[in-house]
Design a protein around this ligand. Sequence first.
Ligand SMILES: NC(=O)c1ccc[n+]([C@@H]2O[C@H](COP(=O)([O-])OP(=O)(O)OC[C@H]3O[C@@H](n4cnc5c(N)ncnc54)[C@H](OP(=O)(O)O)[C@@H]3O)[C@@H](O)[C@H]2O)c1
Length: 260
Amino acid sequence: MYNPMERTIVKKKALVTGASEGIGYVFAKRLAAEGYEVTAVARNEGRLKQLLAEMGAGHSHITADLTTGAGQDAIVQAISAGHFDLLINNAGIAAMGAFTGISLKRHVDVLTLNCETVVKLSYAYLKTAKAGDALINVSSALAFMPMPVIGVYSATKAFVTSFSESLWFEQKPRGVYVMGLCPGITSTNFNENSGGGKADTPKLMTQTPEQLVEVALQSLKSRKKPTVISGAVNNIFAFLSRLMSRKAIATMMGQMGAKQ
Ligand SMILES: NC(=O)c1ccc[n+]([C@@H]2O[C@H](COP(=O)([O-])OP(=O)(O)OC[C@H]3O[C@@H](n4cnc5c(N)ncnc54)[C@H](OP(=O)(O)O)[C@@H]3O)[C@@H](O)[C@H]2O)c1
């Protein structure tokens, strides 16, 4: 943005959580290429520094564990202290396996990162957001379907989508755009990081993070949809989920999960 008073180019600023790998990493690089000044957040400092080196000068990182109060507070402070044109709440985890076979702490970490952190950072952001700003909460196509074996995860994403749709409506009159982004299966290390094996999914159902980020940034330009479901197959599944009984969906998803 050109500011004639200062005769300097004022860069747009974006904060991306979960930027050390996967979807967040691609978001950060793409935004940097589009001229944003990026603040990248995650726990793995080495990978964040690698990202910064790849993005070039003018970007920054904050190392924070967003399942902890201290980590959440550090990012809330950064958001409150400086104005960001865009916040992407992308960091998210799952715990794969039978519900009682996984530690309760791990389930609570999933809830904390995927829900509590998203609420806290959205709150800090929207308190000071200005017309033209945007908030993207990364949800999942599983927001529309309960997924046995990652039941806590799919429930957290139902929360993120519903929450984002409410915020979309509330923020519209002040010119702040809120998007709930629903990726389907995306080729990252998410499965392994969630305690599952390497996902063996049909190509037709899998997107690259680059494809997903392209869809998200196109939708960010048009600022129309509260919920952006990426990929034709995922849109079909989301549509079908509205026609099926809850029992049928849970059974179908459980049977699909059992084959993984
Ligand atoms: N991949 C998929 O198929 C898929 C599908 C639908 C939705 N999504 C959603 O997309 C988002 C990104 O997923 P992804 O596929 O890119 O996963 P990923 O490759 O596993 O990356 C997850 C990112 O979150 C960060 N993170 C994890 N725990 C954290 C913590 N406690 N504090 C701060 N950062 C943390 C990780 O960094 P550190 O480990 O360095 O902290 C990493 O940068 C998630 O919200 C996920 O639910 C993914």
